[in-house]
Design a protein around this ligand. Structure first.
Ligand SMILES: Cc1cc2nc3c(=O)[nH]c(=O)nc-3n(C[C@H](O)[C@H](O)[C@H](O)COP(=O)(O)OP(=O)(O)OC[C@H]3O[C@@H](n4cnc5c(N)ncnc54)[C@H](O)[C@@H]3O)c2cc1C
Length: 282
């Protein structure tokens, strides 16, 4: 199948891109890496009147330290995140998650901003951003605004982004001393969407967990923190037999949907397996 006809615009500045988005309103769509949008167009699941290709907008693909945050541009490709020395050093959770995103060809085109704006509930990056307490930067006709990841993801493919806004960057607080990260997921085959994924970010002291941030993907309509499991971990060691209580607490933290994939009970079980495995590797 081929896409329905659409106008194609390739703005060379953010202002121009925003003006085009305002002009087309709900009939305009931003095109970034195209790895999700192009299949949707080809299957006619999306039939926008115009595509606004932001790939020539300068200044959106940087990765830089600004103050105490690592600021990653919306157009940074997944493989740039996978191989960036700055990401490895200051946001290792993201570097660990990237090899799980699709396949190499997809990572060569797919972008951080695209993944964030799409808000696929099984996607790895949104869970990482939630675990890391990152902040999404957006630009719109009324200027720029910042939206914490905890308030950005609203539902399946639904975010706090307004129709006329573009994600410009994400600011990730830099990893501080004592914090350890681990991303892991279970999928049918490597490169498939996660059945369940876990972004774990914990402050450790002599083998004891002092603070825990656990964000799961694939267990609901949005990436979810597991508050009871986090509380069950604090003050405990992560020796292999210890996280059992936290894994049990997941039963009340997570309420996975029943769909054509694994049952809610199996997803909850897989989440517990991931938790035990990830904590052992912190
Ligand atoms: C076979 C296959 C396997 C995949 N596996 C995974 C996987 O395991 N995990 C995973 O997370 N993803 C996976 N993906 C999706 C991939 O990571 C996409 O790249 C990503 O979801 C979207 O990024 P993109 O840059 O390609 O966005 P696009 O496809 O260009 O856009 C996606 C949506 O976001 C909007 N958008 C894009 N950029 C912006 C912006 N800056 N501001 C506002 N709106 C914007 C677009 O309008 C569109 O609605 C897979 C894709 C394929 C084809």
């Amino acid at each position: 199948m081929k896409p329905a006809p659409f106008a194609y615009h390739r703005p060379t500045s953010l202002d121009e891109a925003l003006a085009l988005l305002a002009r087309y309103g709900p009939d305009g769509r931003v095109l970034a890496g195209g790895q999700s949008l192009m299949p949707a167009l080809n299957m006619r699941l999306a039939t926008p009147a115009a595509l606004i290709d932001i790939n020539r907008v300068p200044g959106l693909d940087g990765i830089a330290v600004e103050g105490d945050a690592l600021v990653i541009g919306a157009l940074a490709r997944h493989d740039a995140l996978e191989h960036s020395a700055l990401v490895a050093r200051h946001a290792p959770l993201i570097a660990q998650a990237m090899p799980h995103v699709g396949h190499r060809a997809i990572r060569a085109r797919g972008t951080l901003g695209g993944s964030v704006a799409l808000a696929d509930p099984a996607a790895e990056l949104p869970a990482c951003l939630l675990a890391l307490d990152a902040v999404v930067h957006a630009a719109g006709p009324e200027g720029a605004r910042e939206i914490p990841a905890a308030r950005f993801f609203r539902g399946i493919y639904t975010t706090a982004l307004r129709e006329e806004e573009i994600v410009t960057a994400v600011a990730v607080p830099m990893a501080r001393a004592g914090w350890r990260s681990r991303f892991d997921e279970l999928a049918r085959r490597h490169g498939d969407c996660a059945l369940v994924g876990l972004a774990a970010h914990c402050r450790m002291d002599d083998g004891i967990v002092r603070e825990a941030r656990l964000a799961f993907c694939g267990v609901g309509s949005v990436p979810m923190r597991a508050a009871r499991a986090e509380a069950a971990l604090v003050g405990r060691s992560v020796e292999p037999d210890r996280p059992a209580e936290a894994a049990r607490a997941l039963a009340s933290d997570l309420d996975p949907p029943g769909d054509v994939h694994p049952s809610p009970a199996l997803r909850r079980h897989l989440a517990g397996v991931l938790l035990t495995r990830s904590l052992g590797a912190l």
